[in-house]
Design a protein around this ligand. Structure first.
Ligand code: NAD
Length: 307
């Protein structure tokens, strides 16, 4: 039986991926320090080990695959601890690459569209080198992920980890998100469910492209089974402004009004993946549009309120 380690497997994407790996017949170990877990926690059926990737405990048995997702992931989380965020990306990734080397394991790194910063190229192709303002507050996350990608390729080039995969994940939403994680879909849905005004930063013209979590996990699964070592964008190219998103959510849940706040520093103006590489090399593309994906997402957030 294939044994996989999912770091960050108590979080939103990690627990959804861990469930999928269990369904695929894998034995799954989750390593997570519970700094920003999903309200659902790690899925039933995994071996859960509480610990930090920066100073990981000994893990029992052999490991065939490492899915390295552990990282603060939303701006409110990483801005609370910029040094910890950089260390998680740098030292945490080094420790997980060392583990992959010791076990001869395949290593998948969960990178991000934030490596493109506030992009000057649109949509973003993997070849685009990015536009990150290194002195900005957001840089702790962007540069941690850029460094971790570079480290992953360095381990590969120095023949220490033969099998590497790098997924550049774009904005993802769905059940298992933490309601207070500060990301726009969870913010808007929970504000609307509570009858509060939706908070839009700036004039709401900035765009994002939202991918349903099951589509993302399918992409991660296909990438991890492929032989593609170059980075691959995994995201939904359905792009919309924050004002459009607010309108859609108000239509689904009820119109509670909008408040406008100043735009945070270095907030990307536009974000849309070019997924040609995923389509061509993995045969992957998202199949769940926003209207469809919002239904289980809203249902999930409602169930947390009712619980
Ligand atoms: N969800 C998205 O839209 C998105 C977009 C781009 C990239 N990503 C990446 O995907 C991964 C998962 O994101 P998510 O949305 O599930 O976030 P999340 O916050 O829900 O999950 C992250 C998990 O990692 C754990 N963690 C954080 N630092 C750790 C450490 N040092 N040691 C051990 N565990 C640690 C947290 O407790 C949490 O359970 C992250 O690497 C994130 O950067 C996510």
């Amino acid at each position: 039986m294939t044994r996989a380690l999912v770091t960050g497997g108590a979080g939103f994407v990690g627990r959804t991926l861990a469930s999928r790996l269990l369904d695929e017949g894998f034995e799954v170990i989750v390593l997570d320090n519970l700094s920003s877990p999903s309200p659902l926690g790690p899925p039933e059926g995994v071996t859960f080990i509480e610990g930090d990737v920066v100073d990981p405990p000994d893990l029992p048995g052999t490991i065939d695959r490492i899915y390295h997702l552990a990282s603060p992931a939303s701006p409110p989380r990483y801005l609370l601890d910029p040094i910890g965020t950089l260390l998680t990306g740098a030292e945490g990734t080094r420790r997980m690459l060392d583990l992959a080397e010791r076990h001869g394991a395949r290593f998948l790194f969960a990178s991000t569209s934030e490596v493109y910063g506030d992009p000057t190229e649109h949509p973003q192709r993997e070849e685009y080198t990015g536009s990150v303002q290194v002195t900005s507050t957001r840089a702790c996350y962007d540069e941690a992920k850029r460094y971790a990608e570079a480290l992953t390729y360095a381990y590969h080039r120095q023949n220490r980890v033969a099998e590497i995969r790098v997924a550049r994940i774009f904005n993802t939403y769905g059940p298992a998100m933490a309601p207070d994680d500060g990301r726009v879909v969870s913010n808007f849905v929970n504000q609307a469910l509570a009858g509060r005004h939706l908070t839009i930063y700036g004039d709401g013209s900035q765009t994002r492209s939202f991918c349903y979590v099951d589509d993302l996990v399918e992409g991660l699964w296909l990438l991890s089974n492929s032989d593609v070592t170059d980075p691959v964008n995994i995201g939904n190219p359905e792009e919309m402004s924050m004002r459009q998103l607010a309108t859609i959510i108000a239509e689904e849940i009820g119109d509670s009004g909008v408040d406008y706040f100043p735009l945070p520093e270095s907030d990307p103006a536009r974000r849309r993946p070019d997924i040609t590489r995923a389509r061509t090399l993995l045969g992957w593309e998202p199949s769940i549009g926003l209207a469809e994906g919002l239904v289980p997402t809203i249902h999930y957030f409602r169930s947390l309120i009712d619980a």
